[in-house]
Write a protein that binds this ligand. Structure first.
Ligand code: ATP
Length: 290
């Protein structure tokens, strides 16, 4: 085959899983005759810088080892470049990989998708001049994210459960103005989420049913509910069955404006910035092996 693959590794993703996966991935790629140029990032800025360099140097494809944060950084450069890229999931959340159907706990199978070479174009959201690869959201979940990101224990997704329980004690619904393709919705809500793919927070199907390549943003509004109802809804988020609840409102559109005073929006698990935020769709902006 002789394809040249640039392997971009975030060694810190998944608390070191990225570094551990790199030699495994590299040898599997080389075993099928691919030429691998391995680049290990030493800071967040390196992900974009190295991605830009390997595009300029004429790599045939990029393989990213990392989690959603790494993919977010890489997507800023890879979007609209036409450069096909593959994901080897190494984060704690891995929601982008989940959304495009890459096996999460089987790096060999993830590598095999790159080797097979079948690509598809997937949509990205655009907000505050950034490409977003999963979900933009603000409200109750912003507080949970903030708390969970500051926690060192417990590890993995359990942090989100602990943070959710802590935030539930004091949270009050917020007032939002949500404008979807010009239609203005004024509502109180627990949170509003806007995604190209279905999940955030490591598999919570907040935008259940979102299709990654339909050219549309999926919007979920969770209207004010009691603490008990929100708690009961939480396990349903993993299956996406919250969507049938009368206080869960879903819609689709190509442009969304989210407004709510004092709310910080999160995107791809990281802080995006304070609302208001305008979100549009970049249809088919990213070419992935899947
Ligand atoms: N050497 C590094 N290279 C790249 N990013 C780094 C590095 N050190 C720290 N970071 C930071 O690590 C963040 C997290 O990486 P990533 O999201 O891939 O892993 P994760 O947090 O374990 O997974 P997930 O986002 O899926 O939960 C990046 O957004 C970046 O800011």
């Amino acid at each position: 085959m002789g394809r040249k693959i640039a392997l971009v590794v975030n060694p810190t993703s998944g608390r070191g899983l990225g570094a551990r996966l790199a030699p495994i991935v590299r040898s599997r790629l080389e075993a099928v005759g691919l030429t691998v140029a391995e680049h290990t990032t030493s800071c967040a800025e390196d992900v974009g810088r190295i991605s830009a360099e390997v595009i300029a140097e004429g790599a045939d494809a990029v393989a990213l080892i990392g989690g959603d944060g790494t993919i977010h950084l890489g997507a800023q450069v890879l979007a609209k470049s036409g450069m096909p890229f593959g994901v080897i999931p190494a984060g704690t959340g891995n929601d982008f990989a989940r959304g495009i159907g890459v096996p999460l706990k089987d790096p060999d199978a993830a590598v095999d998708l790159i080797v097979a070479g079948r690509t598809r174009s997937v949509d990205l959201a655009v907000a505050k001049d950034e490409f977003i690869t999963t979900v933009v959201a603000g409200g109750f979940d912003s507080l949970v994210n903030k708390r969970a990101n500051a926690m060192t224990w417990p590890k993995g997704n359990a942090r989100y459960t602990v943070a959710t329980l802590a935030e539930l004690r004091t949270f009050k619904p917020l007032s939002y103005v949500v404008t979807v393709d010009g239609q203005v919705i004024e509502t109180d809500a627990m949170l509003v989420a806007v995604g190209t793919g279905p999940t955030y927070g490591g598999g919570l199907q907040i935008c259940a049913g979102a299709e990654i390549d339909d050219g549309l943003l999926d919007i979920t509004i969770i209207k004010p509910v009691s603490r008990l109802t929100l708690l009961q809804m939480f396990p349903k988020l993993s299956k996406g069955t919250h969507v049938g609840h009368p206080m869960v409102h879903t819609l689709r559109g190509r442009s969304v404006r989210l407004e709510s005073e004092g709310v910080t929006a999160y995107a791809d698990g990281e802080i995006l910035g304070p609302l208001p935020v305008d979100i549009t769709i970049a249809q088919g902006a990213l070419t992935v092996f899947a």
